[in-house]
Design a protein. Structure first.
Length: 115
């Protein structure tokens, strides 16, 4: 039993996480500190699944993802609590994508990533 638990524990420690953080920049071209961002969000990509993780409530933000085919995703989000949204980009071509996150006050975050 101990050897099974040891094997499982070792396997869990060696699991490689494939998700990559997407660095979002503010309108001035400076990567803001997540805790100080006007829009409290963390973005990552895992294979073709884009994860948008709101760290706090947001009144209203517009999320736009632009790829080699143009706008592939656009949605307005309002949430009174932390929430995650996932966007499946599997059906779109590989290449460079840009995500724009804008709130009603004019705050803008954006970042580039490869799919």
């Amino acid at each position: 039993m101990k050897s099974i638990l040891f094997s499982v524990g070792l396997a869990l420690c060696c699991v490689h996480v494939i998700a990559e953080e997407v660095i979002v920049w503010d309108a001035k071209g400076i990567p803001p500190v997540k805790e100080q961002q006007e829009i409290p969000i963390y973005v990552d990509i895992n294979d073709s699944l884009l994860g948008l993780h709101f760290l706090d409530k947001v009144d209203q933000v517009t999320i736009t993802v632009v790829g080699v085919e143009g706008i592939v995703y656009q949605k307005e989000v309002t949430t009174p609590f932390p929430k995650s949204i996932y966007v499946d980009l599997n059906q779109y071509r590989s290449g460079e994508y840009t995500i724009y996150i804008k709130d009603t006050k004019g705050n803008l975050l954006w970042g580039n990533f490869l799919k």
